[in-house]
Design a protein around this ligand. Sequence first.
Ligand code: ADP
Ligand code: MG
Length: 358
Amino acid sequence: MGTVSVHGLCKSFGEVQALDGVTLDVPDGAFFVVLGPSGAGKTTTLRAIAGLEKLDAGSVHLDERDATGDTPAARDLAMVFQSYALYPRHTAYENIASPLRARRCSSSEVAAAVEQVSSLLHIERLLQRRPAQLSGGEMQRVALARALVRRPRAFLMDEPLTNLDLKLRVEMRTELTRIHRSLGGTFVYVTNDQVEALSMADQVAVLKEGKVQQVGTPTEVYERPANQWVAGFVGSPRISLLACHVEGDRLVGAEGWTLPRPRWTTVEDGRPLLLGVRAEDLSVEQRGNASLSGELYGLEPLGDRTVVDVRVGTKILKVKARPTVTGTPGERLLVTVDLDRAHLFDADTGLALSEAGR
Ligand SMILES: Nc1ncnc2c1ncn2[C@@H]1O[C@H](COP(=O)(O)OP(=O)(O)O)[C@@H](O)[C@H]1O
Ligand SMILES: [Mg+2]
């Protein structure tokens, strides 16, 4: 068993409310990602689970037992920090072995466990080096190995890939999912990188200003964002948002455009809304009758695709296009909108409109 549940976590640091009623349920064996921008309360949430933070309110349950008052050691969790925090004078081997030595394992048990985790992380040939003789990526692997050498109730990881260069980050994403599959433990993984979250998680909790915005699978969070903020934070290029309202069978933009009213919505006329459309649901090739007129603002070639920036009124829409697309800034363009895949948000609350009928 390795379930982790927190309920109603609140924590202030002076004026700053770092956590404002955080509730999460992490199932046994999950790769659970807490995603949010810097300052959202991710580290504080992990520290609360680990028992390193005194809470103003709320409870922590481990394996369905109330552990709120337990010491960090009694919780039996392994934490990987963003900084590697290796012992500088010890070899990689000694660093990895240290949690087992602290638990007085025999040296043959230690050797077997270090060997196993080193092969999982492909660091066998680094074991006799000291941290100063390792690259950043190698140190990160050693720090991960030190956490993974034990079989704790759950692993808590605080942005463990942040200090790596892009190529290594991408590699380690795949590695970590592979390690999770082969170890089978519960991972609570914190990141501000939405690509990391979408590519690694079974479940994502999106956190903003100490409040959980949405919990769901990566697909749910991407395809059915609970509110305008989640829609904007998850996905690259950023979702385009346009102020509008419904009038009969038309969607009327604040900037003067009109589109057919999406079939799936039953919202009343006149209510202030935001239409949200992702770049892949917009097209500069003409197909269908739902289109907006704008002018080419810029082209962003990304190799496998080009993002076309189109100005509609005062707004810039991000449109995903073929890499061969060409154009001159200022030329008129029609942008086709896939309304079946578009989102509508209440402009006042930011909440997604219910999507009955989709
Ligand atoms: N020990 C502390 N003292 C004062 N403020 C803190 C402390 N720890 C965190 N905070 C504040 O609480 C908020 C949440 O911090 P944190 O949990 O570290 O966010 P994240 O990990 O998502 O970037 C931030 O505004 C941060 O400045
Ligand atoms: Mg943090």
